[in-house]
Every structure is written in structure tokens, then in C-alpha cells.
Design a protein around this ligand. Structure first.
Ligand code: ZN
Length: 202
């Protein structure tokens, strides 16, 4: 009986430890310092031609924990990314966290396919389906100012992400220009830039 009790205690400790890992904050001190540097303001955009910024733009990003998604620091990051993409001096239709120096799987996309065309955030986002049907269109990037080029993208994609309110996984299927923005922004999360995908003649 005593042995059983001990086993039960050990199991309970494991369950507790496992749930702690999943629900503990994973923001690094460096990430918190960057986010706090721009309190409720637009953040500095990382630029491709800056030799210190380039390695960050090329980095593979990390996911958020559930606790991260419920934290004030995550809310601040979202608000500040939105201010950055809406900056009238240099407005974009999407932004990815690495572009403000945060190497995490978070993007904001302007949903041109929805009424009022809102910006929406997608955490731990991945594209899980690319249609064979392709389209070619002009793209630019806030991190590569002054350049544009033609890129071939899938007409339709499915995006898997975590809903930051419910913390449940969701998959959205998106087509047209909005699907192009999703592909461009999710590429950022894997260190891929649109200039990697330009047609050879550009
Ligand atoms: Zn970009």
C-alpha cells in the first residue's frame, strides 16, 4: 500500500511538472527587453541590408507556450506589431514577429477576404496545405524597402494556428491575395524571404 501511495505521488509530480512546462512563460530576457523597449509604440523594423538584422530574419522561429499566449507581454507584442505594420510612413498588409526582432511563430495578416478587412494575429502558424493551382503577383516586404518582385504562390492554402483566446488549434482555408500574404508571412517564420522565390529573370 505504501509503495502504491509513493507511486501515486511520483505520478502526480510528473503530471504537475508536465503541465508546468506547458503553461510556463518561455519569453527570454532578451525578448522581453525588446518588447518593453517600445511601450505601446511601433517597433524598429529589422532590415535585410543591416548585417546585424539579417541573421535574425534568417532564423527558424520558436513556438509560444500557452502561458506566453495569455501573458501581458504577448498582448504588448501584438499591439506593438500592429502599430508597426500600420505605420503610415511605411504601411504593410502583413508582418511577422522576426521583423521586429522576436524570433517566434507569430504573424499578423490583413484579411482582405473579410468585411472591413481587419488585421488578425495567428500564433504558432504553419501552412499545412498548398494548392497546385498557382498565381504570380508582385510582392514587397517591409524588411526589404525599395524592392519589389514577381513571386509564384499557391492560390489556396490551409493555415493551422492556435487561437489566442481559446488556446485551441484551428485551421483556416484562405484563397486569393489573402493567401499570398499568409504564405509570405509564414515564410518569415522559417527564415525565408520573398526574394528567395523571385523568378530567375528578376
Ligand atoms: Zn516580408
Amino acid at each position: 500500500m505504501k509503495k502504491l501511495k509513493k507511486l501515486f505521488c511520483i505520478c502526480l509530480t510528473f503530471v504537475f511538472a508536465a503541465s508546468c512546462t506547458k503553461s510556463s512563460l518561455s519569453f527570454t530576457d532578451a525578448e522581453i527587453e525588446i518588447i518593453n523597449r517600445y511601450p505601446q509604440q511601433k517597433m524598429r523594423l529589422l532590415i535585410y541590408d543591416n548585417k546585424n538584422d539579417l541573421p535574425v530574419l534568417r532564423q527558424q522561429t520558436k513556438e509560444f507556450s500557452d502561458a506566453d499566449l495569455q501573458s501581458d507581454i504577448f498582448q504588448n507584442l501584438k499591439n506593438q506589431m500592429l502599430l508597426t505594420v500600420l505605420d503610415t510612413a511605411n504601411t504593410g498588409v502583413g508582418i511577422a514577429a522576426p521583423q521586429v526582432g522576436i524570433s517566434r511563430r507569430l504573424i499578423a495578416v490583413q484579411r482582405f477576404d473579410k468585411p472591413d478587412e481587419p488585421f488578425e494575429f495567428y500564433a504558432n502558424a504553419y501552412i499545412v496545405y498548398f494548392s497546385d493551382d498557382k498565381r504570380t503577383g508582385i510582392e514587397g516586404c517591409l524588411s526589404i524597402p525599395g524592392r519589389r518582385g514577381n513571386v509564384e504562390r499557391s492560390e489556396t492554402v490551409a493555415v493551422k494556428y492556435i487561437d489566442t483566446e481559446t488556446l485551441k488549434p484551428h485551421t483556416d482555408t484562405v484563397s486569393g491575395f489573402t493567401a499570398v500574404i499568409f504564405q509570405h508571412e509564414v515564410d518569415h517564420l522559417d527564415g525565408i524571404l520573398y526574394i528567395d522565390k523571385l523568378r530567375p529573370d528578376e
